[in-house]
Design a protein around this ligand. Sequence first.
Ligand SMILES: Cc1ncc(COP(=O)(O)O)c(C=O)c1O
Length: 403
Amino acid sequence: MYQLADRMRGAQGSIIRELLKLAGEPGMISFGGGAPEPASFPVEKIAQITARALREQSAAMLSYGISEGYPPLVASLKDYLSKTEQLDFAREELIILSGGQQCADLVAKLFVNEGDTVVVENPSFVGCMNAFRSYGARLRSVPLEADGVNLEALEAAFAQGGVRLFYLIPTFQNPSGLTTSQEKRLAIYELARRYQVLVFEDNPYGELRYEGDWVPSLKSRDEEGLVLYAGSFSKTLAPGMRVGYLVYPKALHPSFKVAKQGVDVHSSTLYQLVTHEFLTSHDYTRHVEALRRRYREKRDLMAREMAAHFHPGVRWHKPEGGFFIMAWLPEGMDSLPFVQEAVQRKVITVPGSAFTVDPGVPNNGIRINFSLPPRDSIVEGIRILGQLSHEVLGQAGHQALGA
Ligand SMILES: Cc1ncc(COP(=O)(O)O)c(C=O)c1O
């Protein structure tokens, strides 16, 4: 009855959101989401800051704001990012956007014409792939290895021509949990320079490192102005505040301002003020340290339980940070029947096919989230998945799932 615009043809509904509808059913254990634990939200401080701001500056908080972002936050965030990420605001500018998701949308809006190719990692974050699809992008994926994308495949993709953008999540990737090594980051940058491809570096999890050494962003080494860098406070403060940011070469500032104006004028001033107050007077650094302790403990618990219960034929690796552990069934096996059977046993995970350019193609990955479920659910849920892995990788179970 309704004829949707051509640009929406490629956009896929998120299987993750469908699975998460089941998460509220009684007795369900969900490893399906990718959200921070609500108990980590600094509710009292947010309540104090907002109450005071509404009392003392209600006009400024509730009137229209500036499209570039609440000026005190723009300043404090630049200061923070120059220290933590070594970003150079002599050459860069930033804009406050409504989460990392809006960064993807505006980057695609500005740079992707219908039919242009956007290269993504395989697997990659479905939310951003959908944003690219909605602008008519053709997605082409390159395999992700333990230390980042396969460079030969990346070069082959760039060499084909018509590539406007390479989208990557180099640190604690969603869904794989993998981190791109410094060597590969430099090699990726060199390829982008050689083929003049813009790089969209998405880093919502970078601050949540539980072990290992910090790896510099591609943006921090971007002398040629090829990198657009997205960050977000969704994972560290609260996703409902919708405060994210995009860093880019100064010359792009007017274009991003106009793009933001056309979409939602500006992001909520009140929550930008909350973020600014955290950065300047509520010790954001200490808050992030507490998050690292909280999530490190959960990651360790999940990894311990997986080591104890999973069939040795299931491959997985312990991430140095972020929210996810990805497990892989043996090569060539489709994880969808496994995930469906796990749902019958009241455990939700996400099949690897959800994170690919063509979700119809079978995939052996399973994304398992450890940030949200309580500890007892981690223990119980991994026990159930482990039991299922033994059944599936044995002959009888294999047949029972029709694999
Ligand atoms: C890789 C990646 N990018 C971007 C986002 C979007 O986050 P938000 O819009 O809440 O900042 C997410 C959320 O899960 C993500 O995993």
